[in-house]
Write a new protein. Structure first.
Length: 222
């Protein structure tokens, strides 16, 4: 951790031992998990919104879903989606071990298929955490916007994509140019959409927070 992170750790709420162990194990094996700063944002938003339902796109090994579970009421529920077999299997084990009250539902499916189905089912979520394939964020957004409750919050992780999104398109490798273009389009979209109040913060690998307000010319919509 950086010097700043070590300093801030003194003022963070206690993290349960099982989460600390999962975090340490993930970092030792180069498995991506949310940064401490991102965790601060998630904790603050979840405890402010007090959502009944949370949707997570991108479970990985389940660390972030378990972290969110510590930040929401005991009667609240989390739905999380992961399509990569190895990560899904590890998340399933972690939820079995640590989600004793069954607050988390794990879905193994392509995220786009899942959220389209949830939209058809007229599901609504107070908080949505988006941490999946960065090139798909712009594809997911119109559906996630409809799944979000009024005054709900969309949290988008890793919007800087390792810092490359801030570089010129010509300074990005050919392999990353599509992601670079789509992430920039995503950030432009969420900041210009009049249904949302959005802010992009330079925390960890960049995090965007978008609250559904309907304070623009679409304010008559629910």
């Amino acid at each position: 951790m950086t010097r700043t992170e070590v300093f801030l750790d003194k003022y963070r709420p206690y993290m349960p031992d099982y989460l600390s162990e999962l975090e340490m194990g993930a970092r030792e094996h180069n498995i991506p998990v949310i940064g401490r700063g991102t965790g601060d944002i998630i904790r603050y938003i979840c405890r402010t919104v007090n959502p009944e339902n949370v949707l997570e796109i991108g479970t990985a090994i389940g660390f972030s879903a378990l972290f969110i579970r510590e930040c929401i009421p005991e009667n609240a529920h989390i739905t999380t989606i992961e399509k990569i077999e190895s990560r899904y299997e590890q998340a399933e084990i972690n939820f079995k071990n640590y989600d004793k009250k069954g607050q988390i539902t794990l879905i193994k499916e392509d995220a786009l298929d899942t959220i389209e189905r949830l939209l058809e089912e007229k599901k609504k979520y107070g908080v949505i955490f988006l941490d999946a394939a960065k090139g798909q964020y712009i594809t997911f957004f119109p559906i996630l916007a409809e799944l979000l409750e009024r005054e709900g919050v969309l949290i988008t992780d890793n919007v800087f994509h390792g810092g490359t999104v801030m570089n010129s398109r010509f300074a990005v490798t050919q392999r990353d140019r599509t992601i670079h273009t789509r992430l920039r389009e995503y950030l432009q979209t969420i900041t210009e959409d009049e249904r949302f109040e959005s802010v992009i913060l330079p925390i960890d690998d960049g995090i965007a927070i978008s609250r559904k307000t309907y304070r623009g010319k679409n304010s008559e919509k629910a």
